[in-house]
Design a protein around this ligand. Structure first.
Ligand SMILES: [Cu+2]
Length: 146
């Protein structure tokens, strides 16, 4: 009996430790931020595999979804509905490009770096994005040190 209790205590501890080590990040979708109109803030997040990212749709008319071709190998694609906040768990290391569908041509993009971003850096650099989105993504890559 005592052994069983010890065993259970050990597992409870291990579970709470693993939960505590995964960080939670938040990206807000805004009509106006420090970088201008129609922005994600912060637009650059550094995360570790297993962390969660919550997209908070603060202002109306935005969503957050993966940019096609801008996901690391093995990462699941994701797409949130307009006006709906939601959370993803990032597992595969690499660069995750995020767009707001309605404001993508206006450059409403974000970049999530999970662990080593070099995994798919070449693909992200070679990706064809609409003008303003390309410009902002370039700045985010520079900011991230790539
Ligand atoms: Cu938007």
């Amino acid at each position: 009996m005592r052994l069983l209790l010890l065993f259970l205590a050990f597992f409870a501890n291990a579970l709470s430790l693993s939960a505590a080590s995964a960080a939670q990040h938040e990206i807000k979708a805004l009509n106006k931020g420090t970088d201008g109109m129609m922005v994600f803030e912060p637009a650059l997040i550094r995360a570790a595999p297993g962390d969660t990212i919550t997209f908070t749709i603060t202002d109306k008319g935005h969503n957050a979804q993966a940019i096609t071709g801008l996901l690391p190998p093995g990462a699941e694609t994701f797409a949130g509905e307009i006006n709906k906040s939601y959370t993803i768990t990032v597992k595969a290391p690499g660069l995750y490009g995020v767009e707001c569908k309605p404001h993508y041509p206006m450059g409403m993009v974000a970049l999530i770096v999970v662990g080593d971003g070099k995994v798919n850096l070449d693909a992200v650099k070679a990706a064809k994005l609409p003008g303003k989105a390309k410009e902002r993504m370039g700045k985010l890559l520079t900011e991230a040190g790539y």
